[in-house]
Design a protein around this ligand. Structure first.
Ligand SMILES: *[C@@H]1O[C@H](CO)[C@@H](O)[C@H](O)[C@H]1NC(C)=O
Length: 138
């Protein structure tokens, strides 16, 4: 009898702890970047989006520096990919902004002096902001 009560209390505490964890991060959005392919995922990292902050492919993420071939931008966000670290845009061809969806960087074209170039294997940093349907938040 006593041990059954202890088990029930333990289950209750466990359930409470789990729902507290769920509330801690209520679906914070992520973007995905892959060096190989996105479906199936090969060489992918999931990057939590912190709006307006710059993510650099350094440290643990340095394996994807100048290796990104696929990205997924979540709904209601736009992400800009930069050839420079520090999300530094200098020329028209050194960054590309993409809206929600799955993108093959071979198909992402930026204007250059002599035409266009694709953005495969060029990204060193990125930055995402809320876009589009943000009107409902205002
Ligand atoms: C983003 O990733 C974190 C950690 O993997 C996860 O807990 C969270 O649910 C993800 N957010 C979305 C919107 O999928």
């Amino acid at each position: 009898m006593l041990s059954a009560q202890v088990v029930l209390v333990a289950l209750f505490l466990h359930a409470s702890a789990a729902s507290a964890d769920d509330l801690a991060a209520p679906g914070s959005p992520n973007m995905t970047a892959c060096s190989g392919s996105i479906n199936p995922p090969v060489g992918c990292v999931t990057i939590p989006i912190v709006s307006d902050s710059c993510f650099n492919f350094v440290g643990g993420a340095s394996g994807l520096d100048k290796e990104v071939s696929w990205v997924q931008v979540p709904a209601e966000y736009a992400c800009t990919y930069f050839q420079n670290f520090g999300c530094l845009a200098v020329e028209e061809d050194d960054h590309a902004t993409l809206t929600c969806g799955i993108w093959n960087m071979f198909d992402v074209l930026v204007p250059t002096a002599s035409g266009t170039q694709n953005f495969n294997d060029l990204t060193s940093s990125l930055s995402c902001v809320r876009s589009g349907s943000a009107a409902s938040d205002v």
